[in-house]
Write a new protein. Structure first.
Length: 316
């Protein structure tokens, strides 16, 4: 979505008083998929930023060398390669001291998970269990997946978006099988950042938004469902994610529409109704504003990429 990605050279808006910087995913073109991958050098200096900041995107990091510490929210983890780390949208993190990390990164937004929406919940779970110390076998397996991702991203051959989504799906599921850090429980609420009513409300809002039926809800409706005022909900969600709940609801709405357009035969009018729009024309304007393309163009583009991947090569 446009609010989570930027073109090269577009600066991030300055943070407000008391806030930390918010980085959006840099993509080469307005119609490029919201995905990037490469080494720390290829991704650029912000990949090693030593000042606290947040992302609008997920970051999977395979650290193969380096020292120092990786600070995520209120937890400080030593860099002890080889490691795998998952940084979630909204988490505050930075690299600290020592010799800067080396390795590979995959960066992507919620929008890129349209083929595998269940990966969102898996990633949220992984974000509470990082970093993962990798033994030699797991390091080779994770390294091979990253190598394939980076090669596919660089070559951009026919059907590369579908291949990238499939490889990323495998990487997420493989990561879910890894044992977590010693002494840390799996699941939410394992760190200081998950304590308190405000954080609990923000977490409940995140889970509510993830349900497809809530795609057309307002901030007031969500607040009533959670038993808090709209003002309190806004304060809690902004503190946890750096972003207002209204923006997250808009993105959930667009994400649900993309799922329906990509994976069902519902008409645009039916998709509009399923996502809370009475007027299909208004839905079309909303969808174009948020994604840069019409619902019909999005469906055609998605179908074309799947067809190019599945078409026979013509070779014996």
């Amino acid at each position: 979505m446009r609010s989570t990605t930027v073109l090269p050279g577009v600066p991030s808006p300055p943070p407000g008083a008391g806030d930390v910087a918010l980085h959006r995913l840099e993509v080469a073109r307005p119609d490029a998929p919201p995905f990037a991958a490469g080494s720390f050098e290829e991704v650029g200096p912000l990949s090693r930023w030593d000042r606290p900041h947040r992302h609008t995107f997920y970051e999977l990091v395979h650290v193969t060398a380096g020292s120092g510490a990786h600070v995520v929210d209120l937890a400080r983890w030593p860099v002890r390669p080889p490691q795998l780390t998952v940084v979630l949208p909204g988490q505050v993190h930075h690299w600290e001291g020592g010799r800067g990390p080396e390795g590979s990164l995959a960066l992507f937004t919620d929008d890129f998970l349209v083929d595998h929406p269940g990966d969102r919940e898996v990633l949220r779970e992984l974000g509470t269990r990082c970093p993962f110390a990798l033994d030699a076998e797991h390091d080779r397996a994770i390294g091979c997946l990253f190598t394939e991702l980076l090669a596919e991203h660089r070559q951009r051959a026919a059907g590369h978006e579908s291949v990238l989504r499939s490889l990323l799906h495998v990487l997420v599921l493989r990561a879910a099988r890894l044992p977590g850090p010693a002494g840390q429980r799996a699941g939410r609420g394992t760190g200081p950042q998950a304590q308190g009513r405000s954080a609990a409300v923000a977490e409940a809002f995140t889970e509510l938004v993830a349900r497809s039926g809530a795609a057309g809800w307002s901030v007031r409706q969500c607040a009533e469902r959670l038993g808090v005022t709209p003002g309190y909900l806004t304060q809690a969600v902004r503190a946890a994610t750096g972003r207002p709940p209204g923006r997250l609801l808009i993105e959930a709405r667009v994400y649900r529409a993309q799922q329906l357009l990509a994976h069902t035969r519902l008409s645009v009018r039916q998709v509009a109704a399923r996502t809370g729009f009475d007027d299909p024309a208004y839905f079309g304007r909303f969808f174009r504003r948020e994604t840069g393309s019409s619902p019909g163009a999005f469906r055609k583009h998605h179908s074309r990429h799947h067809q190019s991947l599945e078409a026979p090569s013509g070779r014996a």
